[in-house]
Design a protein around this ligand. Structure first.
Ligand code: FAD
Length: 391
């Protein structure tokens, strides 16, 4: 009898209490039973499987760590475990969920007024209201902190927004999009709740992505879009507030990288035990075992790092540089794991039906979004040296 295929080598799940373990297994069952059978078809079509939404909502995991507004108020560790379980089957679904639950709901939870939270969060928690997060622009990615060109001009109780946003996940169908724009009066970045159908707002689906094909990314154009002062996020006064949201979600992206690596490792391990060459399973060859062990070392290092990261977050000790270091390390190591997984699967490693090729492509997006490896490195570099390399 062969040992079980399990990428949790140091048994991190063992640290979870019964309730948390049950939630982990519930999410895993959903991903294995509802997503795995359809994922490659949707990835190829580059469409989102909207039919999964009611079952996803029934898991009651949206806004997992938030308190009130129908949210479950669970730990950041569980939020990480959920992100990992989702990405272990498919990083696109995990990204869709991260945009809704982390970036969009998180902006409202951390920067919204009580009235704004009451209006949006309960519906978003139930996935009856869809959200998106618009920070990146066609000409401004890494330099968003100081360089946003989307403008907001206040006229009485109305703001006039102009500009473009690129790469915005869920934007093609979102009911509300958080738009980050520069206030022309004080030059600070402010956040706005842009409602679907607002005159002057258009969104085009971005086509022909080679990664995260299920995620619907949009190019948004805002032409004299009028937004009421009551739809300005009342506690977002500068980019420092945007950064609070990103600190929280970057920790989730690190866990997502773990899931992507874990999915690829588990597929590869299973494959090498079944595939025979020279009359023997290829898993019995020393060089293949060496590859598998390298993958597992990286995976285990990432998992243990993220476990501690979540502990810091749960104890309110998380700093920007902590989240950034995990994002750097995990997105880098994941690239290594998925490419080794592809390698040990030979030619089948590039066929969609064997799943690993999808993880290889998706690891590239994880590497670049929510702050590239370089930008997150500079955040850590600034913290440890005392010198900022940004300016
Ligand atoms: P650039 O900023 O042009 O960077 C190009 C290269 O230059 C990178 O390697 C970068 O690290 C490097 N570089 C830049 N500045 C420096 C420097 N000072 N020192 C060293 N190297 C540097 N954005 C949103 O707002 N909402 C979303 O929902 C969203 N979803 C996304 C989904 C996907 C699939 C992708 C790919 C992106 C998404 N993004 C989203 C955008 C994402 O956050 C940006 O792609 C990212 O911030 C990098 O910006 P950029 O692509 O413009 O690259």
């Amino acid at each position: 009898v062969l040992p079980p295929v399990d990428g949790d080598f140091y048994d991190i799940s063992h640290s979870l209490n019964d309730e948390d373990r049950a939630l982990q297994l519930k999410v895993r069952a959903f991903m294995e039973n509802e997503i795995q059978p359809i994922v490659n078809e949707y990835w190829l079509k580059a469409e989102f499987p909207f039919e999964i939404i009611p079952k996803l909502a029934a898991l009651n995991i949206c806004g997992l760590t938030y308190e009130g507004y129908g949210c479950p108020n669970r730990s950041f560790l569980m939020e990480g475990i959920v992100a990992m379980e989702m990405a272990r089957i498919d990083t696109s679904i995990s990204t869709f969920f991260g945009v809704q639950s982390g970036l969009a709901m998180g902006s409202i939870y951390l920067c919204g007024s009580e009235t704004q939270k009451q209006e949006w969060l309960p519906g978003m928690q139930q996935l009856t209201i869809m959200g998106a997060f618009g920070l990146t622009e066609p000409e401004v990615g890494s330099g968003a902190a100081g360089g946003l060109t989307t403008t907001a001009k206040r006229e009485g109780d109305t703001w006039i927004l102009n500009g473009q946003k690129k790469w915005i996940g869920n934007a093609t169908f979102a009911d509300v999009i958080i738009i980050w724009a520069r206030d022309l009066d004080d030059n600070e970045v402010k956040g706005f709740l842009l409602r679907k159908g607002t005159p002057g707002f258009t969104v085009e689906k971005m086509h022909d992505k080679m990664a995260l094909r299920i995620v619907q990314n949009g190019l948004i154009t805002l032409t004299d879009c009028k937004i009421a002062e009551s739809d300005r996020l009342q506690h977002a006064d500068s980019f420092k507030d945007t950064a609070k949201v990103l600190k929280m979600t970057r920790a989730g992206v690190a866990w997502q990288a773990v899931g992507c690596a874990r999915g690829a490792y588990e597929h590869a391990l299973k494959y090498t035990r079944e595939r025979e060459q020279f009359g023997k399973p290829i898993a019995s060859f020393q060089l293949i075992q060496n590859h598998l062990v390298e993958m597992l070392s990286n995976l285990t290092a990432m998992q243990t790092m993220c476990f501690r990261l979540s502990e810091l977050q749960d104890n309110d000790l998380l700093k920007d540089e902590h989240a950034s270091l995990a994002k750097v390390f995990c997105s880098l190591r994941t690239r290594d794991v998925v490419s080794k997984a592809r390698e040990v699967m030979g030619g089948n490693g590039i066929l969609l039906e064997y799943n690993v090729a999808r993880f290889v492509a998706d690891a590239e997006a994880i590497y670049s979004y929510e702050g590239t490896k370089e930008i997150n490195s500079l955040i850590v570099g600034r913290a440890i040296t005392g010198f900022s390399a940004f300016v």
